[in-house]
Design a protein around this ligand. Structure first.
Ligand code: ZN
Length: 329
């Protein structure tokens, strides 16, 4: 995700605010033990990935996985303080190094939770319903982190034959969107494994609801302009097209059950593994032509009319420079 200059439309709709001074106080008081605990629980990854291989495709393998650091943001300046606000940095890619032996993702938990609570929860609940879901506010951070680590790992799930360059030569944008879909889907499926559900005490119905709300937040940005938003469109479109989710005319929402969502996402992973990851360019482009928003304008128009667009963005209040005792960082 790249920063953009704030548009005038967005400027009118800033959803306040994350108080960074609170995070600073937390950081000075304790060393965020709960975040360290979460990281330890995510180490059940090899077991969880084995479940994915059995469920989706035994040809799947994990290539190199980068480091992962969970922290809180306490101040932002320069590029980091532009809009929309980042909740994560991918290093060294975000510094312009595309291919590096060692990679690390840094996720700001307080920013991520604020984005979810102020935008996803407020807006998406009006447009999507997981029939058996029930978000508990106190547990949101755990689910967000689990999925985001899953997405991070999902970028490293491949087959022996995987070569995104072949698809990229035909349609670079389709290749970028499909890579984000794969990461999203494997991230979601990792959260549905017994290994992660047990170690992190995750409930499938809550994971589905939080994931669905996040998909809608991405989707309602601009599916043709951001690969992440395009990937959200592909997943929602697939779930509806294949009968796992429905436009509910009574509630005006997209609705589905956690069981249907999990089954649909598993089928999507299988289909993409046999096409995109298997290096079958024809099959991959057939899928892209049907589901990618830049190749199916009619489907995008229909979805956009139903779901609308969000231009809300997050802002920070960081009064640390006004207080001498807090200006030490
Ligand atoms: Zn990604």
């Amino acid at each position: 995700m790249k920063n953009l200059a704030i548009s005038s439309e967005m400027a009118k709709r800033i959803t306040t605010v994350l108080k960074l001074s609170d995070a600073m106080r937390d950081l000075q008081a304790i060393k965020l033990p709960r975040l360290d605990g979460l990281l330890a629980q995510l180490s059940m990854l090899p077991k969880a990935f084995e479940e994915i291989r059995l469920l989706v495709d035994d040809q799947l393998r994990l290539t190199s996985i980068g480091g992962f650091k969970i922290t809180n943001l306490v101040a932002a300046a320069g590029e980091a303080n532009l809009y929309p606000k980042h909740f994560a940095y991918f290093l060294p890619e975000d510094e312009g190094v595309k291919y590096a032996d060692r990679k690390r993702t840094v996720v700001f938990m307080n920013t991520y939770q604020a984005l979810f609570k102020l935008i996803s929860l407020e807006e998406s609940r009006l447009r999507v319903s997981i029939i058996d879901g029930g978000v508990r506010a106190s547990e949101i951070g755990k689910y967000l982190i689990a999925w985001f680590r899953g997405h991070d790992v999902g970028h490293s799930v491949m087959r022996q034959e995987t070569d995104f360059r072949a698809i990229s030569k035909v349609d670079r944008w389709a290749s970028m969107v499909l890579q984000e879909v794969l990461a999203d889907v494997f991230g979601f499926l990792l959260c549905s494994t017994k290994a992660w559900q047990t170690s992190l005490s995750l409930e499938l119905s809550i994971a589905c609801q939080i994931y669905a709300f996040e998909m809608l937040r991405y989707l309602r940005r601009a599916p043709r302009e951001f690969p992440d938003a395009g990937a959200a469109f592909v997943q929602v479109q697939y779930l509806i097209d294949r009968g796992y989710a429905a436009f509910d005319s009574e509630t005006g929402k997209i609705s589905l059950s956690s069981t249907d969502m999990t089954t649909g996402m598993t089928m999507l992973a299988k289909e993409l593994s046999r096409s995109v990851l298997a290096g079958d360019v024809l099959a991959a482009m057939e899928f892209a032509n049907r589901y990618c928003p830049h190749l199916n304008a009619a489907a995008l128009d229909k979805m956009s009319a139903f779901l609308g667009r969000s231009t809300h963005t997050l802002d920070y209040v960081q009064p640390i420079y006004k207080h001498g005792e807090l200006s030490v960082i």
